[in-house]
Design a protein around this ligand. Structure first.
Ligand code: NAD
Ligand code: TYD
Length: 351
């Protein structure tokens, strides 16, 4: 048994689905079901006794303590977070509450549980903290990619809150000897990603004939990793990662936002051409830049490759094709997530 937090979100639900499909064992999935959490992502597990879903907050110490006592997990894989940079600019409070205070409370419950385990289970226990490359800040065009020793320099309330949580996790290892692991991954894409993030937002807007909003000059660079590769990497770190270490995870796929948008448009032109005969790129619209917008992220993922033999399997070209196809084939999922809270967000962010 493992305890997953945030397993109804984008990466968490992909992780839970892969974990169970791979026969790695049962999962208790603790998720608050914020706007970003969606039980539909887990519909395939509806009648599967290996998946126990619990709606709740990682900051609810009583609930977390009870779940740990009852299910005796051998590991906690911690995905739960507020995850969208633009939302953190509009309202940082939720980010501080969940990403910092929530992680702190989860660590406290994990420490109490781990401390009370018999020796063998105690030695085998793991707390894996899922974090982001954004904690390292922004690179210039000639800078070397982030390594695990790059100094932290977070620039958004989101990345600052994730950096704070990384530091807490680190401190619980150094101070209390807790068996922790941290992963810092680049931008993910794939099935079940909430359409506030770049790739699904562009797919949905294009299909609806709406403008494709490009922040600033569109030349900001991100490294893109298919979510399935991220999930494999997390499993490898959980299995073989050295305690107290951090592992950078990336796809060796640096792209400008405009490159990404052009690729998405070209696949859509081929798979579902616009009714008016125009290429989807005609919808590209430059909008006001994001405040504090990081220019470039790039990951050096050699450590995880060297120590654990992990390398991404998907190239951007293969992964983005599968992703666009998934959104074309899942209109029902899209309709359900694009109501209510989603529309309010779009109005607030894009006027
Ligand atoms: P997401 O926003 O899609 O999902 C987050 C999930 O956490 C949701 O299901 C939400 O309901 C749940 N949640 C939020 N607050 C909670 C709370 N207080 N208690 C319990 N559950 C709560 O996010 P994601 O993109 O799947 O990201 C998952 C993790 O991976 C995050 O920690 C994020 O920082 C990290 N990460 C994301 C990316 C990316 O590109 N998306 C890249 C690197 C790292
Ligand atoms: P996003 O998916 O929000 O991820 P992050 O900010 O965590 O990297 O954004 C990816 C990039 O795309 C980022 O440089 C901001 C840019 N972007 C746009 O240009 N337009 C948009 O509407 C969105 C959501 C993002």
């Amino acid at each position: 048994m493992i305890l997953v937090t945030g397993g109804a979100g984008f990466i968490g639900s992909n992780f839970v689905l892969d974990w169970i499909a791979g026969g790695h064992g049962p999962v208790v999935n603790l998720d608050k079901l914020t706007y970003a959490g969606n039980l539909e992502n887990l519909a395939a597990l509806q009648n599967d006794s290996r998946h126990i879903f619990v709606r709740g907050d990682i900051g609810d110490s009583e609930l977390v303590g009870k779940l740990l006592k009852e299910h005796k997990p051998r590991a906690i894989v911690h995905f739960a977070a507020e995850s969208h940079v633009d939302r953190s600019i509009h309202g940082p409070a939720d980010f501080i509450e969940t990403n910092i205070n929530g992680t702190f409370k989860l660590l406290e419950e994990a420490r109490a549980y781990w401390g009370g385990l018999p020796d063998v289970e105690r030695a085998a226990f793991r707390f894996l903290h899922v974090s982001t490359d954004e904690v390292y800040g922004s690179l210039g065009s000639d800078d070397a990619p982030f390594t695990e020793t790059t100094a932290y320099a977070p620039n958004s309330p989101y990345s600052a809150s994730k950096a704070a949580s990384d530091h807490l996790v680190r401190a619980y290892h150094h101070t209390y000897g807790m068996p922790v692991l941290t992963t810092n991954c680049s931008n993910n894409y794939g099935a079940f990603q909430f359409p506030e993030k770049l790739i699904p937002l562009m797919i949905l807007n294009a299909l609806n004939g709406k403008p494709l909003p490009v922040y600033g000059d569109g030349l900001n660079i991100r490294d893109w990793l298919h979510v399935g590769d991220h999930c494999t990497a997390i499993r490898e770190v959980l299995k073989g990662g050295r305690l107290g270490e951090t592992y950078n995870i990336g796809g060796w796929n640096e792209k400008t936002n405009l490159d990404v948008i052009h690729t998405v448009c070209a696949i859509l032109d081929e798979q579902q051409p616009a009714a008016n005969g125009q290429p989807y790129t005609s919808l590209i619209t430059y909008v006001k830049d994001r405040p504090g917008h990081d220019r470039r992220y790039a990951i050096n993922a050699r450590k995880i490759e060297r120590e654990l033999g992990w390398k991404p399997q998907e190239t951007f070209e293969t992964g983005i094709r599968k992703t666009v196809r998934w959104y074309l084939d899942n209109a029902g999922w899209i309709n359900n997530v694009t109501s209510g809270a989603y529309r309010e967000w779009v109005d607030k962010q894009y006027g």
